[in-house]
Design a protein around this ligand. Sequence first.
Ligand SMILES: Cc1ncc(COP(=O)(O)O)c(C=O)c1O
Length: 433
Amino acid sequence: MRTEIVHIGAGELNYEIRNIMRVVDKLKALGADINLENIGDPVAKGEKVPVWIKEIVSRASMEDCAYSYCPSQGVLETREYLAERNNRLGGARIDADDIIFFNGLGDAITKVYGFLRRTARIITPSPTYTTHSSSEAAHAGVPPVTYPLDPHHHWYPDTVELRKRVKYNPAVAGILLINPDNPTGAVYPEEILREIVQIAEDYDLFIIADEIYQNLVFEGARTRTLAEVIGHVPGIAMKGISKELPWPGSRCGWIELYNRERDPAFKTYTQSILNAKMVEVCSTTLPQKVIPLIFDHPEHEAYVGKRKARYKRMSETAFNTLKEIPSILINRTNGAFYMSVLFREGVLSTRQSLPIENANIRSLIESLLQSNGKISLDKRFVYYLLAATGVCVVPLSSFNTDLQGFRFTLLDPDEYSFLRMVNTLAEGMKAYV
Ligand SMILES: Cc1ncc(COP(=O)(O)O)c(C=O)c1O
């Protein structure tokens, strides 16, 4: 090309959760039976969408207005409804103008980082959900700036380290937290959230809180929303319906802006995000229209409650099955529907493997491992596990961390098949290390 056409952040865009599907497709073509534990889509994993939700959506689909554009910021009645819902909690108050709808949070995430000044950085957790770290790094054109989640302390943020990294890196303009967390399933106690807010206040930063799993906190776990603890600090909460309804195919999520008026630069920055949405016209109309009807439906609370109770049972089952394995460290999941297994330092090596019965599959995986050059040790394990057992998980190192392990989901609606999968993981790890 006459001139350089590749974006400076192009190399930062990597999404292993879906990359591994290329390998899965090849294995399927060779006759492998695959159990997908990599993607956080409850519907794809077999959860039934209740008939009452389908009825609400099908009634809305009979109205012409569901087919039109909506305001760039989102359907006004729905924004008013969501603002009031937030205000009932009693934290930072917002109105409809403080909410912007997107085509899924994925869209919100790329715009929130994409419209930040290139030199301003958001410090992201490590490990973290890759869409955040990759989009942030792509915006800056250099690798992510991170703070650690501590596997020895329930995967909570190490706030001492966070404070230090913020203090010594003046490029940091904001802090990302995900609560409940993906990939760890941690739910942060109020004190930790307040400490993060304090750090933001001390260094004049804003906070981004991804709260897409906010209503999937298991019984017994306690936390707060960002709005409840933020005080006067500027902030962005990210919410959506992909996980809670669940309706990931709706591509519908929104951001809530707190204390927008308190900082002129934050106000201008958030206005640029809205302007970007205007340039694009608007987000999908129909899902926005049905949100209040679904959230207010008399069966909604019990329905979400039942799902949370099942995920909690799955978390207990997995924890009890895996906790005695000496080569790993795990924590219970307290919200969302993921669990991360961490291999203890030094237990993985390039000499390990699992027996793969099918010779074609064996040679495919071995050639993939060879052609991939310097592959991380946990990815190597994940490939062997996939080829030998059909269970597809995601290497932990692909979540913006050097830690070695993997993430699986608690989504299988069939509890026996879930137990079988967890036993397969346990046997696979024991045989591998
Ligand atoms: C923490 C987190 N944020 C955002 C998303 C993306 O959500 P959406 O389907 O609304 O794009 C996910 C999806 O897995 C997620 O885990």
